[in-house]
Design a protein around this ligand. Sequence first.
Ligand code: DC
Length: 274
Amino acid sequence: MPYRPANGSCQRLSRMVGAFAFGRCGWPGGALRVQSLPSRMSTSSPRKLIIAIDGPAGAGKSTIASHLARRLGYVNLESGAMYRALALKAIEWDISFDDETALVRLAHNSRIQIEPCLGGNRVLLDGRDVSQRVREADVTEAASRVSVHPNVRAWMVARQQEMGANGGVVMEGRDIGTKVFPAADIKVFLDADPVVREQRRMKQQQIKPGVAAEALAAELRERDRRDRTRATSPLVPASDALVLDSTELSEDEVLNRVEELVLRKLNHPSQVLE
Ligand code: DC
């Protein structure tokens, strides 16, 4: 997966909580192509929103979240990176993905940090830069497996709540609008046809049709199934989320829709958005 390496312009997240981290830059196309709203999306607004972006892999969450965060001067927190970092540590320590107690203990004994950079975020595990490693297939699969455990999730959710508590965040994941910030100012659930999501991932990872592409598609489908059917906090839209199907939408179109919502919220804070 084309996780762009940190570019040397990282700034420490000022409200980094004890242990954490997130982030990913980029998306298949790379360049930011947003034309609308630059001046109206004023970052001088006194109100710092909590924006939740949920959805399955390949729906475009990361791109939208990082563009939006940059536009608003907010921090983009990628909650999946926390699960990935823990999964990596479980691999390295040879801890079973089914051993909930051991995984929670491992979490307590880990330092996971996120450093937002101009071009994305760096993920540090116990001080080591694992930004690239956590995107590899074995960690991706393991992250989905460790995330099924209620006590692992409770630990993650508590950390994520601490990180976003002051607002000014665009947090992306699977349960941000339902569990982490059920009272988020804005909730978006971004979905897309599975075949389109697979194609986007292949483009992103520069995989040509063939065996590797089929393996990636199978992995994505299995991860989807696990994320959507787990007993605790399955991937579902919050009842008050804007559900956007990006199958037929360009990045700009999705971003414009979300930006419209943000503007309405900034201009009319008490209005219930639909
Ligand atoms: O967003 P991602 O692909 O980096 O997430 C990796 C895995 O982590 C995903 O398969 C499920 C889990 N996850 C989760 O359960 N809840 C979140 N809020 C974020 C990720």
